[in-house]
Design a protein around this ligand. Structure first.
Ligand code: NAD
Length: 471
């Protein structure tokens, strides 16, 4: 990643995956433009006074950003729907989440306290949190506005200037967020958007000597590459990466709720969620019943246009991503997996134009099979039986990932034991995919480093300075 070729000016073309139509063209940032943006960010950071504003004044701007996102919620949701094909109701929820994130960090910014050591005989000491200066935030395509807000709000709250690089596959929301921030009173230059391909301008951003901290959400291989560069440069890198989350159903579970959550946990957002419950583990005595019910539901999910109010599963975010999902399922088949439903591209009507893929359930594989180890990031569930808690824990922990897990049981003690034993940053018991801005989120093992959301989410963007006063 060090020796990068020079960048030619080119454009990103946003394609609506619902019908293949072109939505917009966005020019890529050149290397020369990147250099100027970094200079501009430092200049804005040094001269705007943002970092030393009284917290309640910074909070006021963040609240104003939240209000303006709320006011534009519908148009932002519509734009995201066209940019990445998520059902409109989900896009509205993502915009709401962005509003909540800015409000939350406005509150944290105002109320965050640091430590004071009570006076000793001849000194008093305390800590202050200082921003890094210019930070880079790099986001994936699956939930652009929400992922952007999760980084930008705490980074600004901590007093930084931000260079935000959205995915080349969903470039349209980040410029809208930057415009809203400007209109809300954020000083010019404190939030700028870098557009282009990851391996090119993304890598240049990470390697740029003017960038003092990197916050990345995306795939594990990319995260590892970024972490290597950050390690050499000795700048902190917060990494939110992929998952292959186990979703476990014990025989004593409330099966109606469990089946509904398993289906929503994998087929919501067409499986393009880092916390998708993509490995279903069912206690052997109820395996056939539960898998049968999941398959029955998967077959009847309404696979529709994202704008259709009745949609349950929309298209994948891009045609090239669908190719990856197709290859994933072909590989599972070649490994000996039984395709219980789906496993194909639907045809006829809207399906001939959009990037649709049928909700798919596969079983008959060992938990060590590639299809049970690798992330599909699509509507593909692998189902496996387990004999007892020990067996579940061995299989559940038997991947490199550790982002999240779900457990369905009426036994509180079992939920506690299994929840503690599974290697995952988030554990959902008798629920799935819950997420609140106040609660930290992040991965164990290859699913990442660092925690977003909550107070930890702001501390990522700040460095601790210890001050001593002689008395
Ligand atoms: P990706 O890793 O391909 O790209 C993510 C971002 O990184 C994009 O903006 C891309 O342009 C940029 N990028 C790519 N190579 C780069 C490089 N060498 N240097 C700098 N930037 C680079 O991921 P994706 O396909 O956009 O997103 C899907 C992945 O994101 C999945 O693995 C999913 O699990 C993960 N994800 C994780 C979370 C989380 O919070 N843990 C949330 C959403 C998505």
């Amino acid at each position: 990643m060090d020796a990068l070729p020079p960048t030619a000016t080119d454009v990103l073309i946003s394609i609506d995956p619902a019908d293949g139509s072109e939505v917009a063209r966005v020019p890529c940032t050149t290397r020369a433009e990147l250099d100027s943006m970094v200079d501009r960010a430092w200049h804005a950071w040094r001269t705007s006074g943002w970092k030393s504003l009284l917290p309640h004044r910074r909070a006021a701007v963040l609240h104003e950003i939240a209000s303006r996102i709320a006011a534009e919620k519908e148009s932002l949701a519509q734009l995201q729907m066209r940019d990445n094909g998520k059902p409109l109701a989900e896009c509205r929820a993502m915009a709401e989440s962005a509003v909540g994130t800015f409000r939350y960090y406005a509150g944290v910014c105002e109320t965050l306290e640091t430590e004071v050591t009570p006076p000793r005989s001849d000194y008093v000491s305390f800590t202050v949190l200082e921003p890094f200066g210019v930070v880079a935030c790099i986001t994936p395509w699956n939930s652009p506005l929400m992922n952007d807000a999760t980084k930008v709000a705490p980074a600004l709250a901590a007093g930084n200037a931000v260079l935000l690089k959205p995915s080349e596959d969903s470039p349209l929301l980040a410029p809208e967020l930057a415009r809203i921030c400007r209109e809300a009173g954020l000083p010019e230059g404190l939030l700028q958007v870098v557009q282009g391909r990851g391996a090119d301008i993304g890598a240049a951003l990470v390697a740029h000597p003017g960038v003092r901290m990197i916050s990345f959400t995306g795939g594990t291989a990319t995260g590892r590459a970024i972490g290597e560069v950050a390690g050499r440069r000795l700048v902190p890198a917060a990494l939110e990466l992929g998952g292959k989350s186990p979703h476990a159903v014990f025989a004593d579970a409330d099966l109606d709720h469990a089946v509904a959550a398993v289906v929503a946990g994998i087929f919501g957002s067409a499986g393009q969620s880092c916390v998708a419950g993509s490995r279903l583990f069912v206690e052997a005595s109820i395996y056939d019943e539960v898998v049968g019910r999941v398959v029955e539901r998967a077959r009847t999910l309404r696979l529709r246009l994202p704008s259709d109010p009745a949609v349950e599963v929309g298209p994948l975010a891009s045609f090239h991503h669908r190719e990856r999902v197709i290859r994933f399922v072909e590989n599972a088949r070649a490994e000996g997996g039984r395709i219980l439903c789906g496993g194909a591209v639907p045809t006829g009507g809207i399906y001939d134009k959009g990037a649709f893929y049928l909700p798919t359930v596969i079983d008959g594989l060992s938990y060590k099979a590639r299809a049970c180890q690798e992330e599909a990031f699509g509507p593909v569930l692998v189902a496996l039986p387990f004999q007892d808690e020990a067996d579940l824990i061995e299989q559940g922990n038997g991947t490199a990932f550790g982002l999240a897990c779900g457990i369905w049981t009426k036994s509180f003690k079992r939920a506690w034991r299994v929840g503690r034993a599974l290697e995952a940053g988030s554990v959902w018991i008798n629920t799935y995919k819950m997420s609140v801005t106040t609660t930290p989120f992040g991965g164990f093992k290859d699913s990442g480093l660092g925690r977003e959301k909550g107070i930890d989410g702001l501390r990522l963007y700040a460095q601790v300075k210890s001050m001593y006063f002689g008395l």
